[in-house]
Design a protein around this ligand. Structure first.
Ligand SMILES: Cc1ncc(COP(=O)(O)O)c(C=O)c1O
Length: 426
């Protein structure tokens, strides 16, 4: 697989290198030189998820890694189900939260960890990543206890749910966590500064496991095929797909699936009040506002770092940007959506409720839609209980984590503080 840097197209790299490096020169995102087109999509949609995913990822990676290795990586990473659940005649949830940390991030993080442990050739690596919620848990779980890999995770203090925090800040061992007294965009900038510090980067072999890492995006392509396959089986229709978006990694993967040949009627980019993208899609003016805190905190991002990839895919695949529908959902409407779904017999976390709401608003009479259910509702128990007046049971993974001590370090949003922490935790 060949990739190039979107900021410096003359910089080329392989998958293994992009996996280890994360970002190219000047923080440029790596982008595939060619998007493979899949033949025989209908047959592909008939086969089981893991087997199909081996073929999808094989189309990208077999030339570089070999068929058998790709099969093994997929087998080891995708060890949990991806059900499609009917909410009503036209509305279906693609549940992506049945992995070990109960959010869709498990797909990308587990695949990336498998790839790194196969391809890192025993050189010690520091995974440095920022999370607005669920990446932290997924990355910590996927890399916990792996040899030669140290993990440092930054997150905005008091801006993620307590349970989300407990999921990744209580492990210890090779997992180090830092609460930064600021917002997610600042955490992301601190990570970027560390990558830009060449001496630090070289001495620690820094690697980002953020959704900017191409291995994570490739893994996420696979569940779009599963959702479309199941919807076709049940309803015979091509889906409108609603994606609850923050950093836009998930939507990037969906667009890649579409560019590979997956039939999708249209994509909806659903955001909370951090609505840079829906506004941009409407008036072509890129004007990020200050990030505001919402109950769908993992989407509290106003400068989504994957956006250049979205534009690049649209360009190379000949999809007009205007074919993506942007919809922002306010706090009140999010709460209303949680209630409405609950009345329909479906319990949704706030992020999922946003994707469902945007889909409901957009669907025409003759259309069927999939909304991405990106996190288990119990991960947001406090918020859901408040909206629904319930007392949700926690699944064992969450109740066990909730009892453990938070081991996070706390720092102000200063790069020098992060730098000294990184050096000292080796
Ligand atoms: C539960 C949940 N939903 C949606 C998103 C947004 O996904 P993306 O950042 O890929 O747009 C996140 C991101 O952290 C998340 O944790």
């Amino acid at each position: 697989m060949q990739l190039y840097n979107l900021k410096h197209p003359e910089e080329h790299t392989t998958f293994a290198q992009a996996l280890k490096q994360g970002l190219g020169r000047d923080r440029g995102l790596f982008f595939p030189a060619v998007i493979p087109r899949l033949e025989g999509i209908n047959e592909l949609l008939q086969i089981p998820f893991v087997e199909r995913s081996q073929k999808i990822l094989g189309a990208w990676l077999n030339d570089e890694l070999g068929i058998e290795r790709v099969k093994r990586l997929v087998n080891n990473a995708f060890t949990f189900p991806v059900p499609v659940v009917k909410v009503d005649e036209r509305l279906f949830a693609l549940e992506l939260f049945h992995g070990p940390t109960l959010a869709f991030k498990d797909f990308g993080a587990r695949f990336m960890a498998q790839c790194l442990s196969e391809l890192a050739e025993n050189e010690p690596i520091t995974i440095l990543t920022a999370t607005s919620g669920d990446t932290g848990a997924a990355v910590a779980d996927a890399f916990y206890g792996l040899n030669n890999i140290n993990v440092v995770i930054l997150y905005p203090e008091n801006k993620i749910s307590t349970l989300q925090e407990k999921m990744f800040c209580t492990l210890g061992g090779n997992i180090h966590t830092i609460a930064v007294s600021s917002d997610f965009d600042t955490c992301q900038n601190l990570v970027k500064q560390a990558f830009d510090d060449e001496t630090l980067n070289k001495s620690l072999h820094l690697n980002s496991a953020n959704s900017i890492n191409i291995s994570r995006l490739l893994a996420q392509i696979c569940y779009y095929f599963e959702g479309a396959a199941e919807l076709q089986r049940v309803t015979g229709s091509v889906p409108v797909i609603s994606v609850p978006s923050g950093n836009f990694g998930n939507l990037t993967a969906g667009l890649l699936a579409h560019a590979m040949g997956l039939p999708v009627k249209r994509f909806i980019a659903a955001t909370n009040s951090n609505d840079t993208v829906p506004r941009y899609l409407q008036n072509s003016i890129w004007e990020p506002h200050k990030t505001v805190a919402t109950i769908s905190n993992a989407m509290d991002v106003s400068e989504p770092s994957n956006w250049p990839r979205v534009e690049a895919i649209c360009k190379v695949a000949g999809l007009p940007l205007a074919s993506i529908e942007g919809r922002a959902v306010s706090e009140d409407i999010t709460a209303m959506s949680i209630k409405e779904l609950y009345r329909a017999g479906y319990l949704a976390d706030p992020h999922t409720a946003i994707s469902a709401q945007a889909l409901r608003q957009s669907l025409q009479e003759d259309e069927t839609g999939l909304f991405m259910a990106t996190a288990h509702p119990a991960k947001f128990k406090d918020r859901i209980d408040r909206v629904l007046n319930t007392d949700l049971d926690l699944p064992p993974r969450l109740s066990d984590a909730a009892k453990k001590k938070n081991l996070s370090e706390r720092i102000p949003p200063e790069f020098e503080r992060l730098k000294s922490y990184l050096v000292q935790c080796q």
